[in-house]
Write a protein that binds this ligand. Structure first.
Ligand code: PGA
Length: 251
């Protein structure tokens, strides 16, 4: 069985020094894990410092967004090769805060993800419905529309670099967690799309949205959950360490 993947998304919460300190605090808990992989996504300015902490460990460090080109006149962007140069191996793409706050379109997110994968960066492609979309019965349609422009264009050889994160927008940072049925239905849909377009049933599918030590065990028990994308709780060394211990003790 593949290890459970715990990905910390530190968003724009920590400075470089604070990110380095948090990385140093969690590093001991990330040693010698049997059932768990830990990845962290600090803000991009902190990637080099955090990557240095985890240089000789299994922890992977990534960015919270990425551009599709290697270089060029793209003010304010970070390229996949720049990310690799400072020790990054993966990127989040299409996080709901990028889609809603920064107006990133479905097509733009797909473009970012496809370019990054071509350049050797693993992509955690984030999708999720709003409360309104769920209440009006549009969850399946929304998730499919967000995922397809990406999935349908991944080359078969790049399939191992694809990870999908299901994050209901209404569960992010709110303390609300999707129910077991909601998680299992969405993960089953994503798995079937991965099977259809990538010809593969091993694509890791993460759940995200108010994951904490209090609910992690229940989330891990949901069918089709291969890991979690954690925001708020990943900013606390204590909570992140607890999540790791729960994963190690699970199953
Ligand atoms: P949260 O954030 O755990 O604070 O809800 C998750 C995310 O935005 O990835």
């Amino acid at each position: 069985m593949s290890p459970t993947l715990i990905v910390g998304n530190w968003k724009m919460n920590l400075g470089v020094r604070e990110s380095y300190d948090l990385a140093r605090q969690i590093a001991p808990a990330c040693e010698g894990l049997q059932k768990t992989s830990v990845w962290v996504a600090p803000s991009c300015l902190s990637v080099p410092a955090v990557a240095k902490v985890f240089r000789d460990s299994a922890v992977e460090v990534g960015s919270q967004n990425v551009h599709w080109e290697d270089r060029g006149a793209y003010t304010g962007e970070i390229s996949p090769t720049q990310l690799r140069e400072v020790g990054g191996s993966f990127a989040l793409v299409g996080h709901s805060e990028r889609r809603s706050v920064c107006d990133e379109s479905i097509e733009l997110c797909a473009r970012r993800a496809l370019g990054a994968i071509r350049a050797g960066i693993k992509v955690i492609f984030c999708i999720g419905e709003t409360r309104g979309q769920r209440e009006s019965g549009q969850t399946e349609q929304t998730l499919t529309a967000q995922l397809l422009p990406f999935l349908a264009n991944v080359q078969p050889s790049h399939q191992p670099a694809v990870i999908v994160a299901y994050e209901p927008v209404w569960a992010i940072g709110t303390g609300l967690v999707a129910s077991e049925v909601e998680i299992e239905e969405s993960h089953a849909l994503i798995a079937s799309l991965c099977q259809r377009y990538l010809g593969d049933s091993t694509t890791p599918i993460l759940y995200g949205g108010s994951v904490s030590p209090a609910n992690f065990e229940d989330i891990l028990r949901c069918r089709g959950v291969h890991g979690v994308l954690v925001g708020g709780a990943s900013l606390s060394a204590t909570k992140l360490t607890e999540l790791i211990a729960i994963s190690e003790g699970h199953g």
